[in-house]
Design a protein around this ligand. Structure first.
Ligand SMILES: Nc1ncnc2c1ncn2[C@@H]1O[C@H](COP(=O)(O)OP(=O)(O)O)[C@@H](O)[C@H]1O
Ligand SMILES: [Mg+2]
Length: 575
């Protein structure tokens, strides 16, 4: 019924106490309502004048009004509470996701996390709004009413008392069935959303390979599965609502028949009989209320449980040590780094050290672990084993603010935000002036792009608007790095891999001056860059197989030379 994460919510105890208090007062208003209504009717029945009953009628309306006002204000309060908690939950989730980064997304799936943040949060909000009050009403109100009924007429009390546990047992059985259906529904929904987002991201590839039609079928199949799961949940939901309504109506009818028979025999007076009869449906109302919304809230419960597992996901403890700004005297040691994706060991036992403003080339075939190493250096991944030493400070990982604030990362496909060119350029350095912007635009030959844009620097670019060519996007990314001169550490991950050779050479000319007086890590499999590097790390299958300067490595005639030959297509016969 409750997800245990509910008890971790802020201020939940107060909400519980408040709701129990409200439920008790509501029960008393229901009693009052029945009492005064029955009183007026039985008095009129016994021939009293209407005028004398006005006060009781007013009291009846007062009870009625108070009961519904309570509901109104309670719902408003709960709305606000649920909204606020949902907001907190979303913030907490987002923070967690940002802290854990790719590790978490990989584990749970992009689509899944996205759905959780958008859809899931709403479901949880809905769940909180409904479930708390229903459960508390269901436990509190019938008890108070039952006590009232026992006082009025213990025989009806016994009947109602005996029926209640039966209904509860019955509901629990149906609840289990519904839960397993709802679990299945939630799982198929997750599959659907992951599948959908994956297809959306890969749509270019799918189109190019002409398999988008086939994929269409598979999306259709997944959504069919979801539809079936939903319908079968609904079936159970409707069946159980029907069964419950049937049994509760039957119970009320039994009470009514028994009361009627006893009235005929003259064993009971009209007033207690009438009050009991009015109260009998009220006695079952909270449980029917609960049952009718129970299925609607199951997905909220599931979403909440899922969020709970994400929020409680283990994070490597990060001790933030103060780090110096990187300088010409800087020294960093990378000791026996290993990184493992779920089953695959992508880097093992990689050690090297760098100092000052060096340019470090990282080369290797595709899949050799270059990106993984760059991600470790950036602090984006936490090493499975090994540690870093920056200026003698030993660190388990590099997700240090002091470190990351000095980095600029330039990937193969830099992300161009759906924002103005100005905002895209000034990404690391929002205070950049127009002069500064124009200087980098000149320096990186972006004048051509700027001239094409109708509103100049304030033209919105990126996704769907004005897409940039690969070379332009890369220049924008470089300009970002260039604008913030505080960022002395540049991480390149195959920045030119998708550019043609002319564009690459033109860009290279612009890039090299940028790398002066910086610590540069440059991962690529385009080996002509290695002439410009001060030190080269050669990776093969996750291991550091060679390291040294260009001349040293060439003289060695080892892995680096072999790589050059393989890249040229002169595959040497293996000896
Ligand atoms: N998300 C991932 N999950 C599992 N294995 C991965 C993942 N990313 C990369 N790998 C594996 O780790 C190894 C190193 O990958 P990567 O660092 O991307 O190599 P490179 O950048 O040199 O091409 C490869 O064998 C690759 O298959
Ligand atoms: Mg890579």
């Amino acid at each position: 019924m409750f997800d245990k994460n509910i008890f971790k919510l802020n201020g939940i105890k107060r909400v519980f106490v408040l709701l129990v208090g409200l439920a008790i007062s509501q029960a008393f208003f229901i009693l009052g309502q029945a009492y005064f209504l029955a009183l007026v009717i039985s008095r009129l029945w016994s021939g009293q004048v209407f005028k004398n009953q006005i006060n009781y009628i007013l009291l009846f309306f007062l009870c009625y009004l108070c009961r519904h006002l309570l509901t109104f204000f309670r719902d408003r309060y709960l709305d606000a509470y649920a909204r606020q908690q949902a907001k907190l939950l979303r913030t907490e989730l987002l923070e967690k996701i940002f802290r854990m980064g790719p590790t978490l997304i990989q584990k749970h799936g992009t689509g899944n996390v996205t759905t959780m943040l958008i859809e899931g949060i709403h479901q949880v909000e809905n769940y909180l709004q409904l479930i708390l009050v229903k459960i508390i009403n269901m436990t509190v109100i019938p008890i108070v009413l039952l006590v009232g009924i026992f006082i009025l007429d213990w025989e009806s009390g016994v009947v109602l008392f005996l029926v209640f546990p039966l209904i509860i047992i019955f509901m629990i059985i149906l609840g289990y069935a519904a839960q397993s259906k709802a679990d299945r529904q939630y799982r198929t929904f997750q599959i659907l959303s992951n599948h959908f987002i994956d297809s959306l991201r890969g749509i270019d590839t799918l189109q190019v390979f002409g398999i988008s039609k086939k994929y269409e079928k598979s999306i259709y199949q997944t959504s069919e599965n979801f539809r079936k799961a939903t319908i079968s949940t609904l079936k159970v939901a409707i069946l159980s609502t029907f069964a419950l309504d049937f049994f509760t109506t039957l119970s009320v009818a039994i009470v009514a028949v028994l009361l009627g028979l006893r009235l005929l025999d003259g064993n009971i007076l009209l007033f207690p009989a009438l009050t009991t009869l009015i109260l009998a449906p009220e006695y079952f109302l909270p449980i029917r209320d609960f049952a009718s919304d129970y299925h609607a809230t199951l997905d909220g419960k599931n979403a909440m449980a899922e969020m709970g597992t994400i929020i409680s996901e283990q994070e490597a403890e990060i001790k933030q040590m103060p780090l110096q700004k990187w300088s010409a005297q800087g020294h960093a040691q990378f000791n026996q780094l290993s990184y493992r994706y779920e089953q695959k060991l992508a880097l093992s036992d990689v050690s090297f050290s760098v100092s000052g403003f060096q340019k470090i080339g990282i080369v290797g075939m595709s899949g050799s672990g270059k990106s993984t190493l760059i991600n470790l250096i950036s602090g984006f991944f936490q090493p499975t084993q090994g540690e870093f030493k920056i200026d003698q400070v030993a660190l388990k990982n590099l997700s240090q603010k002091d470190w990351q604030r000095q980095l600029a990362y330039i990937p193969q496909n830099p992300y161009i935000f759906h924002k103005t060119l100005r905002e895209n350029l000034a990404f690391y350095h929002p205070e950049a002036t127009d002069e500064q912007l124009m200087a980098v635009i000149n320096q990186l030959d972006l004048q051509g792009l700027l001239d094409e844009l109708p509103a100049g620097l304030d033209t919105v670019i990126g996704d769907g608007k004005r897409s940039l060519s690969g070379g332009q996007a890369q220049r924008v990314a470089l300009a970002r790095a260039l604008l913030d001169s505080e960022r002395k550490i540049l991480l390149f991950d195959e920045p030119t891999a998708h550019l043609d050779i002319e564009t690459e050479l033109a860009l290279k000319e612009k890039m090299l001056p940028l790398m002066a007086n910086k610590l540069v890590f440059f991962a690529t499999h385009r080996l002509h860059w290695m002439h410009e590097m001060d030190y080269i790390l050669v990776l093969a299958q996750g291991r550091l197989v060679e390291a040294g300067t260009y001349d040293e490595l060439r003289a060695k005639q080892g892995a680096f030379t072999q790589l050059i030959q393989e890249m040229r297509g002169h595959q040497h016969a293996k000896n």
